[in-house]
Write a protein that binds this ligand. Structure first.
Ligand code: SF4
Ligand code: SF4
Length: 197
């Protein structure tokens, strides 16, 4: 347990939002949150917790149940989750913790609380079609391991997308943006070790 967690968690019930947990429970995957009995299995197996002791998925779930809306949605911690699904596969109560983290990210995004880094990544994809622009230096490195050079430009990617889907990629991204939602891609990784807290 780190110093931050040793501090008593003070909850001002006058400030608590009693409807917050029901709101989260209505999000896709959020329905099981009320079954959490705070066993800590999620936190014990979390690979992000391995590198950041301040990150604690059990605590986030508990804060939701206590109605601590601002503390959860304003927190950078919900964005730490790498969506590895380790906790979700291990939860004895079947709480879909990974889905709940995604739901919380979406709720934060709808309130305009997306971290700047995510906005920047979204804009890079809009402008270039990828997060990182490949240049001659990268293609030289690719050539050294016998990979072909990549010269595709964003307008070529758009043309390809439109010819396959019949839709404008930029327009689709702008429509998603106007809905103020965030799509977080799920990636599964093998848990590093068995732990109990
Ligand atoms: S593993 Fe499941 S029941 Fe245990 S604290 Fe995490 S969410 Fe709650
Ligand atoms: S999905 Fe992975 S990173 Fe996210 S809280 Fe669960 S174990 Fe941690």
């Amino acid at each position: 347990m780190n110093d931050a967690e040793k501090k008593p968690l003070v909850v001002d019930l006058d400030q608590a939002d009693a409807g917050f947990r029901d709101e989260v429970a209505r999000e896709p995957g959020g329905e099981g949150i009320l079954k959490c009995y705070a066993c800590g299995t999620c936190t014990a197996g979390c690979p992000v917790r391995d590198v950041s002791e301040e990150y604690n998925p059990r605590r986030i779930i508990h804060q939701v149940l206590l109605g601590m809306r601002e503390d959860v949605l304003d927190s950078e911690f919900i964005w730490y989750c790498s969506t590895c699904f380790t906790c979700q596969e291990r939860c004895p109560q079947g709480v879909k913790i990974t889905d709940i983290m995604t739901a919380l990210k979406n709720m934060a995004a709808r309130s305009g609380k997306t971290p700047k880094a995510y906005d920047m990544q979204r804009n890079l994809i809009l402008e270039m079609g990828r997060l990182y622009e490949l240049d001659d230096f990268d293609n030289k490195k690719r050539g050294k391991i016998n990979l072909p050079a990549i010269h595709m430009k964003w307008d070529e990617l758009q043309t390809m997308y439109e010819s396959v889907t019949g839709k404008s990629m930029k327009k689709e991204v702008e429509e998603v943006d106007s809905q103020e939602t965030v799509v977080v891609k799920a990636v599964k990784v093998k848990p590093k070790k068995e732990e109990t807290e």
